[in-house]
Design a protein around this ligand. Structure first.
Ligand code: CO
Length: 134
């Protein structure tokens, strides 16, 4: 059911500093910081060709990235995102398998304006999983 790895999201305390590490130390192509108030983060996209890294700095009140950083002050892997062909079909199948879909279970537009859902990390070996309709 899941397809390509769309991105790995890394929570960071300072997205400009983190982008400089990816650009200067790792030699990657990075985007300008992009505020995503609906997602509680300022995002830098690191283009790796076959997939992306998203660097996420908390933005605004009640950011889930902020609570993650409170537990992991230096930053860390926040979630992985897999592509699915049909997000409703994927959701229904996962729920039938007993997996927990976060929130109200309705897909909403993600950082790429495509419908996304998040799955409970306790059902997936401690990893928060995002599904994005390709
Ligand atoms: Co994501």
């Amino acid at each position: 059911m899941i397809g390509r790895l769309n991105h790995v999201a890394i929570a960071v305390p300072d997205v400009v500093e983190a982008a400089a590490v990816y650009r200067d130390t790792l030699g990657a192509t990075v985007s300008a910081p992009q505020p995503e108030p609906d997602h509680g983060a300022t995002v830098v996209f690191v283009d790796l060709g076959n997939t992306k890294i998203e660097l996420l700095e908390p933005l605004g009140e009640n950011s889930t990235i902020a609570s993650f950083l409170a537990r992991n002050p230096a930053g860390g892997i926040h979630h992985v995102c897999f592509e699915v062909e049909d997000i409703y079909e994927a959701r229904d199948r996962l729920k039938a398998e007993g997996a927990r879909v976060l929130g109200d279970g309705e897909p909403r537009p993600g950082a790429h304006r495509k419908p996304i859902l998040f799955l409970h990390p306790k059902d997936f070996m401690g990893t928060l999983i995002e599904l994005e309709q390709a």
